[in-house]
Every structure is written in structure tokens, then in C-alpha cells.
Design a protein. Structure first.
Length: 269
């Protein structure tokens, strides 16, 4: 019997939608995010980075961003934060602008050059709307950044899914310029994954010649409301996604990693 050794050449832990608060109900979502981040630290090998695809806080409250800062400040892995429709980009920048959590940038869209891939973080938040929008300026920036390291895989991250996922209530508040994003990404065949949040459920679909994956919430999950009803939040088990590339294969693999309701080891930081 022969055995083979798998070499992981790139790995991204994908968390989403912690919805942190700062009031009397702040403990539960903060503990859930901490537990998920600690679970990441038990992976072997450790991923290259962690990305949290938006809705970092629940009401755009600056105090909630300070809770997040206190929670992640000592985290030992590269950690990339994105804005969602519940976030306030100005408050997010006030707390995290220029830090490693926004790629050292003073903007809420930025690129991070990892050794074996490029991570592109987008801000799809649209003031006053639960739906998302990138707009022409950010799209032009993305086009330029994707061309810059075309020899390496690119992982494109945003909060709002740019395609329908079969949940009508949430599909009505997806990325409104998703078709334009699809046309843009189709010109860049090295895009390995499009990572999103917003739906509080794991879901995958093909998109622009690659795979679109949404991560579950680290706190509460959304009901699978396939007939158009409001998908109320459920205390279902929490998890995150692990996207990895093995060897020099162009294809990536996505795993679901349980966090709660599991006899899993939890790391400390």
C-alpha cells in the first residue's frame, strides 16, 4: 500500500458576521468570535491568514469596534477585516485604519500580498441599504490589483454575495452590481475563490469561472428560507470555512470546520 504526502501551499480561514455589540448583550457574540478564532489556532498547519467577511459589529457602534480591537489585538495570525451592511466604514477606519487588520491601509478596500496568493478585500457596504454595491471606482481598483500579480492565485473577499443563492429574502439584498463584478473577474482566470458573508449560512455556487463561497456566522445562523419567508436567526452549530490549495494544483478545496457543539480543541491567545 502506497502513501502520499499532501503539501498545503495556501490556506485561508474564512469567518463572517460576528455582529459584535457593546451593551448588556455583548458577551455572547464576542465569546462566539473568540471561540472561532481560537479554533483556527488548533489547525495543523496553521492557515496563512484569517478573513472576516463583514458585519463585524451589529450597529456600527464605535464602542463595539473597540470591543473587536481588544479581542483581536493579540491574535498571532494575519487577520483581515471587511465592512458589511451593519458596519460603519468611518468608525471602522477610526479604530483600525493603518493597522495590519486593514492591510496597513487607510481605506476599507485593500490588497494583501501573501507569499503564495493575493488577498483582495472589498467594501460592499451601501449607506442606508442592506444591499451592497462596489461602484466603478472600487471595481477599477480591483481590476488593476488583479492584474498586478496575475501569476499567483487571487482570493477576492466582500460581504455581499454577487449572485443569487436560492434564498429569496437574502437574494433581494445581494450585491447590486454583481453582473459587473462577474464580467471583471472573468478577465482574470487566476481568481481562485470569491469569499462572502451576509447570509449567515454556508453556501457555494459557481461564479465568473470560479467558486463563490459564503461563510456561516460565528454567532447565529440564518434559517434556510427557500420560499421567500423571513429567515429568522437560529442557534445552530457554528463553524467556519477553510479554503486551501495543495501543491501546485490550480484548484482549491473548501472544508467546513465545526466550532460549537463539537469536541474540538480550542487554542488560546
Amino acid at each position: 500500500m502506497t502513501t502520499s504526502t499532501t503539501t498545503i501551499t495556501a490556506a485561508v480561514a474564512h469567518l463572517s458576521d460576528p455582529h459584535l455589540t457593546s451593551g448588556p448583550l455583548a458577551a455572547a457574540p464576542a465569546e462566539s468570535l473568540h471561540r472561532a478564532l481560537a479554533r483556527v489556532l488548533t489547525l495543523d498547519p496553521l492557515p496563512d491568514c484569517v478573513v472576516i467577511t463583514g458585519d463585524l459589529v451589529d450597529r456600527g457602534d464605535r464602542r463595539a469596534y473597540r470591543v473587536l480591537r481588544e479581542l483581536v489585538d493579540r491574535y498571532p495570525l494575519p487577520l483581515h477585516l471587511l465592512a458589511g451592511n451593519h458596519d460603519d466604514p468611518e468608525a471602522l477606519l477610526a479604530e483600525f485604519g493603518g493597522t495590519r487588520f486593514l492591510g496597513g491601509s487607510d481605506r476599507t478596500h485593500y490588497a494583501v500580498d501573501h507569499a503564495s496568493f493575493t488577498l483582495l478585500a472589498l467594501d460592499s457596504s451601501l449607506p442606508g441599504s442592506p444591499a451592497g454595491l462596489l461602484g466603478p471606482e472600487q471595481s477599477a481598483w480591483l481590476d488593476t490589483e488583479l492584474a498586478r500579480r496575475s501569476r499567483l492565485p487571487a482570493v477576492v473577499c466582500l460581504h455581499h454575495p454577487p449572485a443569487d443563492l436560492g434564498i429569496p429574502f437574502l437574494d433581494a439584498m445581494r450585491l447590486t452590481d454583481g453582473d459587473a463584478l462577474a464580467a471583471l473577474l472573468s478577465r482574470h482566470p487566476h481568481v481562485a475563490r470569491v469569499l462572502a458573508g451576509h447570509v449567515h449560512r454556508p453556501a457555494t455556487t459557481t461564479f465568473a469561472g470560479t467558486l463563490l463561497a459564503t461563510a456561516p456566522s460565528t454567532h447565529l445562523q440564518s434559517g434556510l428560507a427557500l420560499r421567500g419567508e423571513v429567515p429568522h436567526y437560529l442557534p445552530e452549530p457554528t463553524s467556519f470555512l477553510l479554503h486551501l490549495r495543495t501543491g501546485d494544483r490550480p484548484a482549491w478545496t473548501t472544508h467546513t470546520v465545526p466550532v460549537s457543539h463539537a469536541a474540538a480543541t480550542i487554542g488560546g491567545f
